[in-house]
Write a protein that binds this ligand. Structure first.
Ligand SMILES: Nc1ncnc2c1ncn2[C@@H]1O[C@H](COP(=O)(O)OP(=O)(O)OP(=O)(O)O)[C@@H](O)[C@H]1O
Ligand SMILES: [Mg+2]
Length: 469
């Protein structure tokens, strides 16, 4: 403790000085600012844990600054200080997120005491959220849930990758399909499990900083490099580096990564020593890499390198058999997290969940279950609180405006069969259903026949009759 950073913002020199003295004596790192402009500058350069903020500044309103700072860093603690300690501004500043309000003239001892209390509270809160995060993450790791044939393939590949210690792995799949979960599972089940797993989101780090982030730099490598700094490859030594959103990696960086993969060596920015890269590189993307290669946005040679060991995560709509086990799993976890006693979902709810196409995949399913659990008091979750896009009444299979094209694009997910006002022949119905079944199973006649409860010979005969190929 005591090494926390406090920024004192007050234009009255004497007050500013006495606060700084008192806080430094108490062991904090302190900087001060005499106006709004300076406060903004120091806020970014100094990165305070706490700000003592005067409301009336020559060039700014403390209330506005308070809002600004809290928006930029929700964890920063702010104590408002003012000469006119009226109730209105107290209430207003507390509403805007101030953590404390102190009127002038004040007693320095009282301030010191409050500062300590508030910082203690902040530290505790931070610790518990980190602990929670670690807990949540570790419970996420081994829990890759799934029961469909496609997911069993994924589990097999994950195991092979984990055990083989191949140096690079590529994980493909739409957003929310579990790519990060698989990357972590590979690490956790590999001989590298004791060493770090570090993930880097290539899309979130500015191009010019990525190399520095990955490889580190030597002292003097650039203006701000006042000392040598280790990069992620060095920190993850012996472990796994997860390069997420690899499709967004700039071309220049792709060249460097390819070189690391080929030579197992790299240099810090501004460095000349060749360091050994003793890490496994797991990469992931939801983009179409071959298309990016075609467009010249992704290096073909890097793609072929990465593609050697590749795990493809199918979208949730292609593994609806996984939905019941995922729902059970999420309910169990959320019950534990929120102290709830939800037992499951009603059959009708499950039917909706199974027919929706889940563009956000497993993440969207988890969020949906969480939302319904918060709103629905029933022990078996009803469809009442499902979002409308999930409950959107499925287009009647045979409605007024029915055209075969509509039905085909609906992909066979319709539940209700309604007789159109002017009727329809059963032959037409049969033809459309056979078309849909064939579409669903990529033209596999055996599967299409099974799903319609007919033999393969029957479906062949009908297809011929209806002129379907
Ligand atoms: N098979 C699964 N079993 C249990 N939870 C899963 C599964 N797949 C995904 N999840 C959960 O869904 C959420 C999204 O997963 P994850 O972050 O791994 O997806 P992603 O493919 O990396 O998505 P994005 O491309 O958006 O980064 C996480 O909360 C994860 O725990
Ligand atoms: Mg991800």
């Amino acid at each position: 403790m005591g090494s926390e950073r406090i920024l004192v913002v007050d234009d009255e020199k004497l007050i500013n000085w006495s606060l700084v003295e008192m806080l430094e004596d108490a062991g904090y790192l302190v900087e001060s600012a005499a106006c709004g402009a300076e406060a903004r500058k120091k806020f970014s350069s100094f990165g305070p844990d706490m700000i003592l903020l005067d409301i009336a500044l020559p060039d700014a309103n403390g209330m506005e600054l308070l809002q600004e700072f809290k928006e930029q860093d929700e964890h920063v603690m702010v104590i408002m200080i003012t000469a006119n300690a009226d109730l209105d501004s107290t209430v207003k500043s507390l509403k805007l997120g101030a953590d404390e309000y102190i009127g002038k003239p004040f007693n320095l001892d009282v301030i010191e005491h409050r500062v300590r209390q508030i910082l203690d509270k902040r530290r505790l809160k931070k610790q518990t959220t980190t602990a929670k995060r670690i807990l949540r993450r570790s419970s996420d790791f081994d829990q890759l849930v799934g029961s469909s044939a496609k997911m069993i393939e994924v589990f097999k590949m994950t195991k092979i990758c984990a055990e083989s210690d191949c140096k690079t792995i590529l994980i493909l799949g739409e957003s929310g399909t579990g790519k990060e979960l698989v990357a972590r599972a590979i690490h956790m089940h590999s001989s590298r499990a004791e060493a770090p797993f570090i993930d880097v989101n290539c899309a979130a780090i500015p191009d010019n900083l990525l190399e520095n982030e990955l490889f580190g730099h030597e002292k003097g490598a650039f203006t701000d490099a006042s000392q040598r700094e280790e990069g992620i490859f060095e920190c993850a030594d012996g472990g796994t580096v997860f390069l997420d959103e690899i499709g967004d990696m700039p071309l220049a960086m792709q060249t460097k990564i390819l070189k690391v993969i080929e030579t197992r060596r790299y240099r810090r920015v501004g460095g000349r020593a060749n360091l050994e890269a003793n890490v496994r590189i797991v990469t992931a993307t939801n983009q179409d890499l071959p298309a990016l290669v075609e467009q010249g946005l992704f290096r073909g040679d890097l793609y072929y390198r990465l593609n050697v060991m590749c795990i493809h995560l199918p979208p949730l709509r292609e593994r609806i058999d996984c939905i019941p086990s995922l729902v059970d799993y999420f309910i169990g976890r959320l019950n534990a997290e929120y102290g709830k006693k939800v037992q499951g979902v009603e059959a009708e709810t499950m039917a909706y969940l199974k027919q929706y196409d889940w563009p956000g995949n497993v993440r969207e399913l988890r969020n949906t279950i969480e939302r319904v659990m918060m709103l629905d008091p029933a022990p078996m979750l009803t469809p009442n609180f499902l979002p409308t896009e999930i409950k959107r009444p499925s287009a009647p299979l045979l409605s007024d405006s029915y055209t075969p094209a509509d039905s085909l694009s609906a992909g066979g997910r319709n539940m209700d069969i309604t007789l159109p006002p002017d009727g329809i022949t059963l032959e037409e119905v049969e033809k459309m259903l056979i078309q849909q079944a064939l579409l669903r199973y990529d033209g596999n006649q055996t599967k299409a026949a099974t799903c319609l409860g007919m033999s393969r010979d029957t479906i062949r005969y009908r297809m011929k009759k209806f002129g379907l190929n």
